[in-house]
Design a protein around this ligand. Structure first.
Ligand code: ATP
Ligand code: PRP
Length: 218
């Protein structure tokens, strides 16, 4: 059997992928929250997990350093997803990418007046495309996290960020004014790996498809 490498990111993606792996009979040998190892074995001799930053998962799979991975649609859209086969929506890590502004800000009026807004985000390409499609001129400011802070300290008028419960926006007196994308995590596969290791990968993809369909139906 060919040996297969699955790339995951620590935290949310790892935790939400775990039950799907479990349903497919796969159990990691260690817990990434307590181990400092970046390569984890599993109960299957032909499958190992690697732990990388969420935004790096597509890169590892594109280059074939991992045969498959789990990545948020937000990152796949932002990075373009070139050279990746995306066979499955796993339905995990669900959230929305939105435009958000301070509670008191009249976004509709600003858009109508053709105001040039400053928008802070880690999703520069997606934001650029969204505002261009609306015919809006914006100045984009690249951030790497804590986007919600930017409008509170005068760095930006608006942000493009992910929202799930809305708790973070609310705690920072912001409101979502436009949805850009519905986000969940996708299984991504290196196309060359799929050809060369089909005997191992096809049943694995099938098992994950069944597990995510079962999870979706309660
Ligand atoms: P890093 O920790 O490397 O800076 P990150 O903060 O983007 O990266 P996570 O927070 O684990 O990493 O997010 C991974 C993916 O989970 C995102 O790309 C997105 O698809 C999804 N996600 C992010 N925030 C939420 C949320 N609040 N609810 C549900 N899914 C989310
Ligand atoms: C994500 C996202 C938002 C928050 C939204 O951050 O960037 O800040 O979740 O979730 P909510 O609507 O349920 O409050 P995350 O928790 O991943 O923190 P980090 O990316 O800043 O580490």
């Amino acid at each position: 059997m060919a040996s297969v490498t699955l790339a995951l990111s620590k935290g949310r993606i790892f935790e939400e992928t775990l039950p799907l792996l479990d349903a497919a009979g796969i159990r990691p040998a260690e817990d990434p929250e307590t181990s400092r190892k970046l390569i984890l074995g599993t109960n299957r001799a032909d499958l190992r997990l690697i732990l990388v930053r969420a935004a790096d998962v597509p890169t590892y799979v594109q280059y074939g350093a991992a045969d498959l991975g789990v990545a948020g649609r937000d990152l796949l859209v932002e990075q373009g997803g070139q050279g990746l086969y995306q066979p499955l929506d796993l339905g995990i890590a669900r959230c929305r990418m939105v435009v958000a502004v301070p509670d008191g800000f009249d976004y509709a009026a600003a858009v109508k007046q053709g105001a040039r807004l400053r928008v802070a985000t880690k999703y520069i390409a997606t934001a650029r495309e969204h505002f261009a499609a609306k015919g809006m001129h914006v100045d984009l400011i690249k951030l790497y996290g804590s986007m919600e802070l930017a409008p509170l300290v005068g760095l930006a008028d608006a942000i493009v960020d992910l929202v799930d419960t809305g708790g973070t926006l609310k705690a920072n007196r912001l409101k979502a004014v436009e949805e850009i994308l519905a986000v969940s995590s996708r299984l991504i596969v290196n196309p060359a790996s799929l050809k060369l290791k089909r005997a191992t990968l096809a049943p694995l993809i099938e098992a994950l498809a069944k597990a995510s369909a079962r999870a979706a139906h309660g």
